[in-house]
Ligand binder design. Structure first.
Ligand code: GAP
Length: 453
C-alpha cells in the first residue's frame, strides 16, 4: 500500500473527524462560521481527557502549583496595561483587485514584487495594524465607556489575581498558577482545520520565581512540556523545541522556546514556553496602583517576581493527537481477505472510549445479559461503549477507527457452555496488535485501569 501524501492524509483526517463525530464546522447548516469549530461526542471526550491529564500533571501531582478559573470578560484596563489594546496586532494589507484582506507576512513575492496570493494582484495597500481582539460592550450602552474585549489569552487573569491567590494558597516562590479556558482572536486567515481558530482553548501556567532563577526554570519547563507530549503519545521525533531568536521574541522576554509538531501541513507551533520576566506584574502594579509585590520572609525583601509561562493550545494539541494517531494498515476481514484498516492509535490515556464490550451474538439473551453486566462493572472506572450490531469483525473495525484501545467479547466460553474452566472469562482484544487474550471477568477492571491511567 503506498503512503498517502501529506495533503491527502490531512483530507482523510478532516473527513474522519466529521464522519465519526470528532469535529464539525460551527453553524454548519447555515454555511458555517469561519475559524470556529464544534466538538462532537468523541471530540469532546478526547479534549476532556487531554485537559484532565494536563491538570493532573501540572496541578494535582505537584506541591508548587495551584489552579484558578478566571472570567472571559475583564475590565478594559487589564488590556490597556498588558499592552494588548495598543500592540496585539497583525500587519494587514488589502488587495485592491479582489478586495481580500491579507496578513502582510503571507503575501507571495515574485521577482521582488509583493502579490496577492488569491488573485496575483499587485495593487496592494500599505500595511496597517489590525487588532486581533474581539470587541464587546458591557451593559445597555454601546460606547467607549462600556467597551471591553473577549480575552485573547487566559494569562492576564492569573496576573491580576496574583496577590489574591498568593495570600489564600500561602505558597512560597517558586510557585505557579494554572488555568484552562477559552480565548478569542479575530485571526485574519483562520486555516489548517482547527490549527488557527478564532475561538480556542488554552492551558496556561504562570510559574513565578526569583529573577536569578528565570533562565533555569525556562529550561526546566521546556523539558517538562516535551515529556508531557510524549506521555500522551506524541513521538519525540515529531516534536521540536525551537529557540526563538532575539529579534522575534517579545521585547520583555529574556528567552522563549516554541514547541513545534510536524503536522501534515508542516512544522508548526503547539506551545510557547516564555520567560516573561517581571513585565506583566509590573505593568499591572503600575496601572492599578495596587502592590503586586512578594514579601520574602527570610530576607525581609519585597520584590516583583519574574514569571516563566508554558502556554499550550488545547485545540492544536487535539489536532496533533489525531494527526499522530491516524494510521492505515491491513487486516483480514471476516473471510480472511486482507483489507485496509483505518485505526487511530491514541495512547489509551487520552482515547475517547477506553473499552468496547460486545456480545458475540445479539439474539442470544445470556450473551447480551453478561455483556451488559460487564458494562456495569467497568462504567465506574472508565468510559465504556456497548455494541451488539453487525458481525464482530465490523464492530472491531468501527472501534479501531475511533481509537478505542480495548475490546471485550462475551462468547459461549464465557457462559461455560464449551469448557467449564473458561466460564466467566472473556476475550480482551488489543487495538494495535489485534491480539486477543482470555481473561477472567473479575480481573477486567484492574487490568484495564492499569493500562489506561
Ligand atoms: N499567554 C501567551 C500566549 O497566549 P501565544 O503563543 O499567543 O501565547 C499560546 O499562544 C498557544 O495558544 C499557542 O502555542 C497555540 O497553541 C494556542 N493558540 C494561539 N492562537 C491560536 C489560534 N488562533 N488557534 C488555535 N490555537 C491558538
Amino acid at each position: 500500500m503506498s503512503a498517502p501524501s501529506d495533503s491527502q492524509r490531512m483530507e482523510k483526517i478532516v473527513s474522519l473527524c466529521k464522519r465519526r463525530g470528532f469535529i464539525f464546522q460551527s453553524s454548519e447548516i447555515y454555511g458555517g462560521l469561519n475559524g470556529c469549530w464544534d466538538y462532537g461526542p468523541l471530540g469532546v471526550e478526547l479534549k476532556r481527557n487531554l485537559k484532565d491529564y494536563w491538570w493532573r500533571v501540572m496541578v494535582h501531582e505537584r506541591d508548587d502549583v495551584v489552579g484558578m478559573d478566571g472570567s472571559i470578560l475583564m475590565n478594559r484596563a487589564v488590556w490597556k496595561a498588558s499592552g494588548h489594546e495598543d500592540t496585539f496586532t497583525d500587519p494587514m494589507v488589502d488587495c485592491r483587485s479582489c478586495k481580500a484582506r491579507l496578513r502582510a507576512d503571507q503575501l507571495v513575492e515574485k521577482k521582488g514584487i509583493k502579490q496577492c496570493p488569491n488573485c496575483g494582484g499587485k495593487d496592494l495597500t500599505a500595511p496597517r495594524a489590525f487588532n486581533l481582539m474581539f470587541k464587546t460592550f458591557i451593559g445597555a450602552t454601546e460606547d467607549e465607556s462600556s467597551l471591553t474585549y473577549l480575552r485573547p489569552e487566559t494569562a492576564q487573569a492569573i496576573f491580576v489575581q496574583f496577590k489574591n491567590v498568593l495570600e489564600v494558597s500561602r505558597k512560597k516562590l517558586p510557585f505557579g498558577i494554572a488555568q484552562i479556558g477559552k480565548a478569542f482572536r479575530n485571526e485574519i486567515n483562520p486555516r489548517n482545520f482547527t490549527f488557527r481558530s478564532r475561538e480556542f482553548e488554552q492551558m496556561e501556567l504562570e510559574y513565578f520565581c526569583r529573577a536569578e532563577e528565570g533562565m533555569r526554570w525556562l529550561d526546566y519547563w521546556k523539558e517538562e512540556r516535551l515529556k508531557f507530549y510524549e506521555n500522551i503519545g506524541i513521538a519525540r521525533d515529531n516534536l521540536h523545541a525551537l529557540t526563538v531568536p532575539d529579534e522575534e521574541r517579545a521585547f520583555y522576554s529574556k528567552g522563549t522556546y516554541d514547541i513545534e509538531y510536524d503536522f501534515p501541513f508542516g512544522r508548526q507551533e503547539l506551545e510557547g514556553v516564555a520567560y516573561r520576566t517581571d513585565y506583566d506584574l509590573s505593568q499591572h502594579q503600575k496601572a492599578s496602583g495596587k502592590s503586586l509585590e512578594y514579601f520574602d520572609e527570610e530576607t525581609k525583601q519585597k520584590f516583583i517576581p519574574h514569571v516563566v509561562e508554558p502556554s499550550a493550545g488545547v485545540d492544536r494539541t487535539v489536532l496533533a493527537l489525531i494527526c499522530e494517531a491516524y494510521c492505515e494498515d491491513e487486516a483480514p476481514d471476516e473471510k480472511g481477505k486482507m483489507e485496509t484498516r483505518i485505526v487511530l492509535r491514541f495512547h489509551p490515556r487520552i482515547s475517547p472510549i477506553k473499552c468496547a464490550v460486545f456480545p458475540l451474538l445479539k439474539n442470544k439473551e445470556p450473551l447480551v445479559a453478561k455483556a451488559k453486566e460487564i458494562v456495569a462493572l467497568l462504567r465506574p472506572h472508565m468510559y465504556v461503549f456497548y455494541d451488539e450490531t453487525g458481525a464482530i469483525g465490523r464492530r472491531y473495525r468501527r472501534q479501531d477507527e475511533i481509537g478505542t484501545p480495548f475490546g471485550v467479547t462475551v462468547d459461549f466460553e464465557t457462559l461455560g457452555e464449551k469448557d467449564l474452566a473458561l466460564r466467566d472469562t472473556v476475550t480482551l482484544r488489543d487495538r494495535d496488535s489485534m491480539k486477543q487474550e482470555r481473561v477472567p471477568v473479575k480481573d477486567l477492571p484492574s487490568i484495564l485501569v492499569s493500562r489506561i491511567s
